[in-house]
Every structure is written in structure tokens, then in C-alpha cells.
Design a protein around this ligand. Structure first.
Ligand code: UTP
Length: 297
């Protein structure tokens, strides 16, 4: 059976988005009409994922509630003649089984993935970050393409990459490809936040991964970094150094990564999604144009 399980870490503090994230998860912030994490789940559904394990933490209960059936709300909308609005709840019926476990201390993304070990066991699995959307309105099947490469090439790890501008490489884990780069390439190494001069490519890690269970051993062998955090990229590097087979899959030109982890990227993402809303996008665009014209005069 093809891989149909994904781990979605949503346990981080989201300190870069304070005060918005003081009492609500950053993964529940709205981008256009939907919370970020709903886009992530819908995208995974498009790629054939049917079992989803959230790594949650204190203060993240609204994520669980969001994916529950809300019979009361559905009943209320029907009784009051607002059937039209039921469409907004259609995501409740996605063919997805939800599981939850807690990361009790926020010891980094690597540690969050390690929390999945007792439930994932010895099967390969996907990891999708809960604060990153792939493709405008999450229209992407990147995970399906990654799973297909993982299976047909008997890989141990497949990482999604996005091309970034040369001055941006300092913010990301960057791929060192083993040869020519095309849609799929051999991954030799990952270099964490290199300088522009030292960067082996301009391909940045893009929030989606497929792993064999060997990642769990690697996560127990790496040393914690700043603040006791376990970095997922360190564990991937350890796997690659130890001879595991790594592949990179590049996002296509129409699949951008929208990371909402800081206000700059959150504002841009919200603006782009809202301006392409089928109902309100056109009027918002003309409103923004008016604002900008006013600024220039
Ligand atoms: P970030 O690296 O953006 O960290 O997480 P963060 O803690 O959420 O945010 P800042 O740096 O304080 O602003 C990327 C993804 O990994 C999850 C987050 O919830 C987010 O979806 N994560 C991060 C965890 O699940 N656990 C962690 O310990 C850290």
C-alpha cells in the first residue's frame, strides 16, 4: 500500500507572531477565508493522505475542534435557512482520519517529529509543516510526487525544495545536489543557513518531507542545538552522511511556498490569497489600487 499517513507538527510557540499568537495557535490564523492548517490538510488530501497525526501542545485545542464535525452548527444553519453557508463546512467531510499526540516541551521541529515515533512505528511517512501552504489556495500535489519518487527509487528521505533568490539562502536549509538539478535530483547534503558565497545551490527546503523510519534513529543521535532544540535538518544530514539515499523534488513554477511564520510573510500571504478570492478578490484589488494611488498623490 502506498504511503497514506502524514505527521503535521503544530506545537511551536509562534513567538514571531506575538501578540496574535498569545492565546491562539499560529496554524489557526486565517489566510483569506481559511485557517492556515486547513489548507495544509486539504493539500495532503489531494495527494492521497488519509491518516493524519497532529503533533500538538498546550493551547492548540482549537485545531482539534476545527476538524471535528460540528452537528450543532450544521443544524443551526439548516434550521435558519442558511444552507448556502454549509458549503464552508464541507472540509469536515474530507476522507481523513485524525490522530493527535502532544509535544510536552517545545524542543524543536526534530523533537516534534520524534514524538510521532510510538504511533508511526516502522512505516514510512510524510511530514508537512502546519504553518506553510504550498501553492496558491493549496492547489498542489507535491506530496503525491514525492511519495511516488520515494517508492520507485527506494529512497530513505525525499525533501521538497523551492528556488529562492541568492540573497535569501541565508535564511534556509539549502540543498547540495549530487549532480544535475531537474524536477527530481540526488541529494548529497543539506547546508543550514549558508552565506551567499558558500551556498551550494539556491534550493531551499520547502516544508514537505517523506521519511523512512530511519529518521527516528537519526533524531535520537543528533546533538541538541540552541535552547536544547533538535533540528530536523541535522537528522537528515546525519542520514545522508551515513549513506542513506536522499532525493530532492522541486516545486513547479506554479507551486510557491507560503510560510506564515513571521508578519512580513504572513501579511504578503494574506494579501495574495485575499486578492485572488473568487468573490471579493476583484473589489479588494481595486480598493488596494485606490489606497496606493492616494499614497502617491
Ligand atoms: P517554527 O520553526 O516556525 O517555530 O516552526 P515556532 O516555534 O512555531 O515559531 P517561532 O520561531 O517561535 O516564531 C515550524 C513548524 O514546526 C512546528 C510549528 O508549530 C510549526 O508548524 N514546531 C516547531 C513544533 O511542532 N514543535 C517545536 O518545538 C517547534
Amino acid at each position: 500500500m502506498s504511503i497514506d499517513i502524514a505527521v503535521v507538527p503544530v506545537a511551536g510557540h509562534g513567538t514571531r507572531l506575538l501578540p496574535a499568537t498569545k492565546s491562539q495557535p499560529k496554524e489557526m490564523l486565517s489566510v483569506g477565508r481559511k485557517p492556515v492548517v486547513q489548507y495544509v490538510v486539504e493539500e495532503l488530501g489531494l495527494s492521497g493522505i488519509q491518516r493524519l497525526l497532529f503533533i500538538t501542545s498546550h493551547g492548540k485545542a482549537s485545531i482539534e475542534q476545527h476538524f471535528d464535525f460540528d452537528e450543532q452548527l450544521g443544524g443551526y444553519l439548516r434550521e435558519t435557512g442558511r444552507e448556502e453557508q454549509l458549503k464552508a463546512l464541507e472540509f469536515e467531510r474530507l476522507n481523513m482520519e485524525y490522530f493527535y499526540t502532544r509535544q510536552r516541551r517545545q524542543l524543536g521541529l526534530g523533537h516534534a517529529v520524534l514524538c510521532a515515533r510510538p504511533l508511526i512505528g516502522s512505516q514510512p511517512f510524510v511530514v508537512a509543516l502546519g504553518d506553510s501552504i504550498i501553492g496558491l489556495h493549496a492547489q498542489s500535489d507535491i506530496v503525491r510526487r514525492m511519495i511516488s519518487q520515494f517508492e520507485s527509487n527506494h529512497a530513505d528521505v525525499v525533501v521538497a525544495f523551492e528556488e529562492v533568490a541568492p540573497e535569501e539562502v541565508v535564511h534556509y536549509g539549502i540543498a547540495q545536489p549530487a549532480g544535475e538539478v531537474s524536477e527530481v535530483f540526488q541529494l548529497e547534503k543539506l547546508v543550514e543557513k549558508p552565506s551567499r558565497e558558500e551556498a551550494p545551490s539556491n534550493l531551499a527546503v520547502a516544508a514537505r518531507y517523506v521519511f523512512s523510519p530511519a529518521i527516528f534513529d537519526a533524531l535520537t543521535r543528533i546533538k541538541p542545538g540552541k535552547g536544547g532544540e533538535l533540528q530536523l535538518t541535522d537528522a537528515i544530514s546525519l542520514m545522508l552522511d551515513g549513506g542513506c539515499k536522499g532525493l530532492g523534488v522541486t516545486l513547479s513554477k506554479t507551486e510557491r511556498r507560503f510560510d506564515i511564520g513571521n508578519f512580513d510573510s504572513y501579511f504578503r500571504t494574506f494579501a495574495e490569497f485575499a486578492m485572488s478570492d473568487p468573490e471579493y478578490g476583484a473589489s479588494l484589488r481595486s480598493f488596494v489600487r485606490q489606497l496606493l494611488d492616494r499614497e502617491e498623490t
